[in-house]
Design a protein around this ligand. Structure first.
Ligand code: HEC
Ligand code: HEC
Length: 321
């Protein structure tokens, strides 16, 4: 039997919470350790589930299969290449499982819809070479992306890049400025309501949550997100993005385009997950993302505070993608 002191030292006391980390935990949401399997666990309910506007039905086991992206709305996107729909066993998970069939992505990964194919190829190359990692080593989704990048074939990658580049991104994040937010916890690598009563101050955070947790858990690619952001952050972000502020940064519009919808090597930023945007700004600033393409981003991120990143991401999320 381990003593309480030793348990505390290895971070397992109580078993529920991961050890604190220096990164903004809400942008690098880490699942708590899974509870130990119980001997009298209730058998999983394997009934098939449905979502609105779809005639399909999938069981929870099907929804959990990383080699088969649940395709609730096949009419909502062109036909998926094999690697996007099913991946390649034994080591390339389906791109569309994580990034969703319509490429809208989720806070813990990234939207890919409408990114230039050349940018997609370059980023996967950076993941493969270890030039793109995560400032939070426990962020399993990023680790899995690295694994996919190392194993995917050139042909499959080219098809996936062409597919995602052909998709039109849709606005699906509603931004709400507020002083106080519901209490949250991490589940499925995202923030979800904890169910505790009362609210807490938002502080210097973005609380991005599914509009409909059940549909998001079923990986419905039409059910979006709401992002709670600090009061005043959208306006502050707009100034930084358009002018660079008083020596804080360099106007983002100069490279990412007047509508922040991307220009040349600079990818679109408008309407993308604010948790994702903060994670990237943080990773570039801290050197965990340092591919050749990020050279131009070093000066813009150098002096950004976490509050600046929050404001910038809040503003970008309000824009039409
Ligand atoms: C297990 C989930 C998972 C799978 C499967 C997956 N990805 Fe990713 N992908 C991620 C995560 C997580 C990130 C973001 C990492 C981060 O935040 O640092 C990402 C990021 C990316 C990016 C960077 C986007 C940007 O805006 O810079 C590209 C491109 C990408 N993935 C392409 C692919 C392709 C192509 C496939 C299939 C061959 C694929 N991914 C499969 C999880 C996944
Ligand atoms: C001098 C040109 C330049 C300026 C100014 C600039 N960027 Fe970038 N940005 C780039 C390029 C090029 C990339 C692609 C990096 C890569 O290839 O990895 C990029 C990538 C990014 C990414 C990663 C996107 C993704 O899909 O992962 C974010 C976020 C970003 N920029 C935000 C900003 C913000 C916010 C500003 C203003 C404060 C800004 N950028 C200013 C050139 C620029």
């Amino acid at each position: 039997m381990l003593g309480a002191a030793l348990l505390a030292l290895i971070g397992r006391s109580g078993g529920a919470e991961p050890a604190p980390s220096p990164v903004p935990y809400w942008a690098f949401a880490v699942n708590p350790p899974a509870p130990p399997a119980s001997e009298n666990a209730v058998p999983a309910d394997e009934r098939r589930r449905r979502v609105p506007d779809s005639d399909r039905a999938f069981s929870p086991a099907q929804v959990g299969d990383l080699y088969s992206a649940p395709d609730w709305h096949p009419d909502g996107h062109p036909s998926m290449p094999e690697v996007v729909a099913r991946g390649r066993k034994p080591d390339v998970f389906a791109c569309g499982y994580c990034h969703l069939p319509n490429g809208q992505g989720r806070p813990e990964n990234s939207s890919l819809a409408g990114l230039p194919a050349s940018y997609i190829l370059a980023q996967v190359e950076d993941f493969r070479n270890g030039e793109r990692g995560s400032s939070e080593p426990r962020h399993l989704p990023a680790t899995l992306m690295g694994g996919v990048a190392r194993k995917v074939s050139t042909t499959d990658l080219a098809e996936a890049a062409r597919y995602f580049a052909s998709l039109r991104p849709r606005a699906w994040i509603r931004v709400v400025e507020t002083d106080a937010v519901a209490k949250t916890r991490v589940a499925g690598w995202m923030l979800v309501a904890s169910g505790e009563s009362g609210t807490e101050p938002i502080g210097e955070r973005i609380i991005e949550m599914p509009v409909d947790l059940e549909r998001t858990e079923l990986r419905d690619d039409r059910s979006g997100f709401v992002a709670y952001v600090p009061v005043g952050s959208v306006g502050k972000g707009e100034v930084l993005v358009k002018t660079g502020g008083p020596g804080t940064t360099i106007a983002c519009v100069g490279c990412h385009g007047p509508a922040l919808q991307g220009l040349d090597a600079a990818p679109p930023l408008a309407g993308r997950s604010p948790s994702y945007i903060v994670r990237q700004l943080y990773d570039i600033q801290h050197g965990s993302r340092h591919g050749a393409g990020t050279r131009l981003m070093r000066a813009p991120v150098a002096k950004l505070s976490l509050a600046d990143m929050v404001s910038i991401a809040a503003y970008l999320a309000t824009l039409e993608p």
